[in-house]
Design a protein around this ligand. Structure first.
Ligand SMILES: Nc1ncnc2c1ncn2[C@@H]1O[C@H](COP(=O)(O)OP(=O)(O)OP(=O)(O)O)[C@@H](O)[C@H]1O
Ligand SMILES: Nc1nc2c(c(=O)[nH]1)N=C(CO)CN2
Length: 166
């Protein structure tokens, strides 16, 4: 299956955290790199007052089990010093599973597709750049969803970029 992951960071060396996540995701055998989006600087959505995020999307193939991928995403977050203090609070690294194939799940531990992806410009804008034909299962084309969201808080950082894993 193909998986779409959203990366975010608003603490410390933000771009290094995003690059570290890309590298760590693919550093063990199993996942195949498909694409990485440009990097965007985004106004924080929800939570306490906090600094701007860098956000990007990465796409991987060869996923056999969504739960294993979630475990991997969470251990990568932890390796980058992620502390869970409050909901939607600032973080060194966030790795969210946006979609895994056509899987649908309403398990709170792993909800698929991600329940807020369709309304988040900081996910949809990079995703459509990584895959112009992207479809969010159950909600249709990402390009069409984008027309419904406010994109003003999402700015390209053309001076930054993520390199595909070695
Ligand atoms: N699709 C998903 N991707 C990542 N985590 C998920 C998903 N669905 C459910 N979860 C659960 O959400 C819990 C909280 O995750 P996290 O702390 O990253 O939330 P958040 O990033 O602050 O907020 P949001 O869920 O709005 O992105 C995790 O422990 C995880 O089990
Ligand atoms: N701009 C922006 N805002 C957020 C983000 C994020 O990655 N970018 N992540 C959140 C929880 O997942 C909450 N708010």
């Amino acid at each position: 299956m193909r998986a779409v992951l959203a990366l975010g960071s608003n603490l410390g060396r933000r771009i290094d955290h995003l690059q570290g996540a890309v590298d760590a995701l693919f550093d063990a055998p199993g996942l195949t790199f498909v694409a990485v989006s440009p990097v965007y600087e985004t106004d924080p959505v929800g939570g306490p007052e906090q600094g701007p995020y860098l956000n990007a999307v990465v796409i991987a193939d060869g996923v056999h089990d969504a739960r294993t991928l979630l475990d991997r995403a969470q251990s990568i977050e932890n390796a980058f010093g992620r502390e869970r203090i409050e909901r939607w609070g600032p973080r060194t690294l966030d790795v969210d599973l946006i979609a895994v194939g056509d899987l649908r799940s309403d398990d709170p531990e792993l909800t698929l597709p991600h329940p807020r992806a369709h309304e988040r410009a900081f996910v949809l804008v990079p995703w459509v750049r990584a895959d112009p034909d992207a479809v969010l299962p159950g909600r249709g084309s990402v390009a069409a969803l984008l027309a419904e969201v406010d994109q003003r808080g999402v700015r390209p950082r053309t001076d930054l970029s993520l390199v595909p894993p070695a």
